[in-house]
Design a binder for this molecule. Sequence first.
Ligand code: PLP
Length: 354
Amino acid sequence: MPWPGPPLSQDICPVNKTIEWGCLGFQYMDTDCHVRYVWRNGAWDAGEVVREPYLRIHIAATALHYGQTAFEGLKVFRCRDGKVRAFRPRENARRMARTSERICMAPLPEELFMEAVARVVKANPGYVPPYGTGGSLYVRPLLFGSGARIGVQPADEYVFLVLVVPVGAYYKGGLSPVSAVVMDEYDRAAPRGVGSVKVGGNYAAGLRPHEEAHKQGFPIELYLDAREHRYVDEFGTSNFIAITRDGKYVTPKSESILPSVTNLTLQQIARDMGMPVEIRPVEFDEIAGFAEVGACGTAVVITPVNEIIRGPTTIRVGPRNGCGPVLQSLYSRVQAIQYGEAPDPHGWTVEIPE
Ligand SMILES: *Cc1c(COP(=O)(O)O)cnc(C)c1O
């Protein structure tokens, strides 16, 4: 199906003047274009900028039949100095390369990932929310097997594409806490399975439990270790972090959780603030003793969690309304670095020249 608008002669699209930046949430919208690369005969092509948000895909593509598909998520910000910067994109590049390797997809060079991110952002200049609106450009890389197979085996052709979506400030009136429910009827990932990589199938598997949690009135669900249901793994799509009463930053060590870039960032900021950081098995029964609990991930940075419900038991943590002081200050420091309001001593931001 043809996509409206003139064909692109170069990687530049017209500036968008119609988005109401203050009304943006975290919802898909079409932008001007995405970038797309194909791996064939053992090599990646030069890639292209594509206007249509559709692709032609073989009916026997391994992504469709056998779940050979991986994704990433990162953000690009319009900073106070007017420049556009991506936040820690190399971490996402490395994670996608690891994911790709785990499910036998084409090797994805870090430099190709970096080029694709810069290219799609430059080609959609009107979609980076202005500084001060609290918004950002969410970047979604996707890699999947497009080659035809009928027996279960890796594809001989892959597509790597990157699309962008402008997103708004998640919290318009300050960080507001949520209640989480413990999933005792479901597991997210098995110990030696694929929980530690960002493969599409993990998220299909989480949809049903997420819907059930939602129906019970809980916006997020907490998964325990699949072997014993004794230790905390993570929330459905975000890592578990906690602040102890004596001011330590604690986050679970487990082979089945997805290593969150946001969590790594918060750990470093906590150390910079002089807090001890513990990455260790966290027993479910410890939660009641924590001062603050949060869920962390790129989309929201930190969601404070003030109640965790398991069967008939309710555990309360942190202030009843609002966010605890330590998570609040970690959140503010991350945002200040992302928007270029504070120094970036660890070199996390990467400028994308316009
Ligand atoms: C993507 C993801 C996260 C968050 O990772 P970030 O790199 O911080 O965005 C956490 N848990 C799961 C299961 C995820 O898929």
